[in-house]
Design a protein around this ligand. Structure first.
Ligand code: PMP
Length: 456
């Protein structure tokens, strides 16, 4: 059968020095090691998501048992300041009291109805107030579903098949979105195994921030392209900001060809501000995907956009999309509690940004003092640097030039000093409202020590 596979010959996706990340690091504590060994006997690979196994850093990350505020606690009772923050959903901090209370109250009233309920209608209205491009929307449970559904809608609306997306962006793990993607899918083994040539053939993958490449693709395939899907600010190959004119350019090219523009704001939605990346860049998408932060830690996501486009969805239109747990009252209640806080605190984003800038500035100074000219990038509460010199990287090719072995040593050195980072350099640091100035100070001190220990 020749639907086996595009997973072979993926060397072009190798990360610099990846081979040097060998399993010699002292792993997490004994209880974590034991739990992981146990996990491997019952969970495939010991995890529910590959990045959690820690391969890029050559060790199993700590097994976590509790999370409160800006801290997480592992199976050995060790406490860490957390910047992984579950890969993005945590904005207020772990176990936020108001979110937890809202979840408990909702649970007492029934966890799932299988019917429209008033609270989800109010939530949709609330979201639309902040993201007016989402004229009609629909709730789902995960970012993967959100992106997959937006694409199906775009295809039906345009009556076209092809999707343009960008290497190093990540839009969940549905067949057409997963190969050459960023984040935890960034490994040779998972490039496209299990994906049919038919699915891969519907997707044009281009380099991020390269408008000329998109123009060239449109010149050849413009009449076949249903949509361009993009992270308007990309946080899945480290943190990459769009260059000036890039998002406007995508908008223009889509308009010219009749393709739809889909903003994947699963990370940026409610993290860059109440209006997300689209308010920040002033470019209007036809469809938008949000998730992560929205649920205050619970699994809720949404996709939505132009009313004429969203009207293709059944029952009004012909496109099927649905979900048993979509819009369930617990997640909706958590989202309301989150929005209560964001809307009720006029300096919320400003304060969080200021704290994040402090972290970024501290990291920059520490790197400079260590003689390392690695650019530090920050937007709102996302902070990142990769182990590579030069200007901030603009695409996946540059992200892959980063020194993976140095990051692995750094990850380990930080963990030893009580700082919990993502076990992959392709991920970023997330700061929450619960991080204190003291946390930031301790983190910078740990960073200085780790760099002094000669990790790079
Ligand atoms: N889009 C983006 C930009 C993401 O970062 C992610 C998850 N990292 C997804 C989509 C998929 O979301 P989920 O893991 O909830 O399916």
């Amino acid at each position: 059968m020749d639907w086996a596979f595009h997973g072979e010959g993926g060397d072009e996706f190798a990360v610099k020095n990846e081979d040097a990340v060998i399993e010699t690091f002292r792993a997490a504590g004994p209880a974590s090691i034991q739990e992981f060994a146990h996990a491997r006997r019952v969970l495939a690979g010991g995890v529910d998501s590959p990045v959690r196994a820690g391969k890029p850093v050559g060790m199993h990350p700590p097994v976590l048992c509790a999370a409160r505020g800006s801290h997480v606690t592992d199976a050995d009772g060790r406490d860490y300041i957390d910047y992984l923050c579950a890969y993005g959903p945590v904005l207020l901090g772990h176990a936020d009291a108001s979110v937890s209370a809202a979840i408990s109250a909702a649970a007492a009233n029934g966890a799932v109805f299988g019917a429209t309920h008033p609270s989800e209608v109010r939530l949709a209205e609330r979201i639309r107030r902040h993201l007016p491009s989402m004229e009609l929307l629909r709730f789902v449970s995960t970012g993967t579903e959100s992106c997959m559904s937006a694409i199906r809608v775009a295809r039906s609306f345009t009556r076209r098949h092809k999707i343009v997306r960008f290497t190093g962006n990540y839009h969940g793990h549905c067949d057409e979105m997963i190969f050459s993607a960023g984040a935890s899918s960034n490994s040779n083994a998972t490039i496209a195994a299990g994906i049919t040539p038919a699915a891969a053939g519907n997707v044009i993958t281009l380099s991020y921030n390269d408008l000329a490449a998109v123009a060239a693709a449109f010149a050849e395939h413009g009449h076949e392209v249903a949509a361009v899907i993009v992270e308007p600010v990309c946080a899945n190959m480290g943190l990459v900001l769009p260059i000036d004119g890039y998002l406007d350019g995508l908008r223009r090219l889509c308009d010219r060809s009749g393709a739809l523009l889909i903003f994947d704001e699963i990370i940026t939605g409610f993290r860059l501000g109440l209006g997300g990346a689209q308010a920040w860049c002033s470019v209007k998408s036809d469809l938008t995907c949000i998730g992560k932060v929205l649920g205050g830690g619970l699994p809720i996501a949404a996709f939505g956009g132009r009313a004429d486009v969203m009207s293709v969805l059944a029952p009004d239109g012909e496109v099927f999309q649905g979900g048993t747990f979509s819009g369930n009252p617990l997640c909706v209640a958590a989202a309301h509690a989150l929005l209560d806080r964001l809307e009720g605190d006029p300096t919320f984003y400003e304060d969080l940004s200021a704290k994040s800038s402090q972290l970024a500035a501290g990291a920059k100074a520490a790197l400079e003092d260590a003689g390392l000219a690695y650019p530090v990038v920050q937007i709102a509460s996302i902070v990142d640097f990769m182990f590579r010199t030069g200007e901030p990287h603009r695409d996946y090719a540059a992200a892959r030039e980063s020194d993976a072995a140095a990051y692995a040593r750094f990850y380990h050195a930080m963990l030893e000093r009580g700082i919990h980072l993502a076990p992959s350099q392709m991920e970023v640091m997330f700061v929450t409202a619960a991080h204190t100035e003291e946390d930031v100070g301790r983190t910078i001190a740990a960073l200085r020590e780790a760099l002094r220990a000669g990790i790079a």
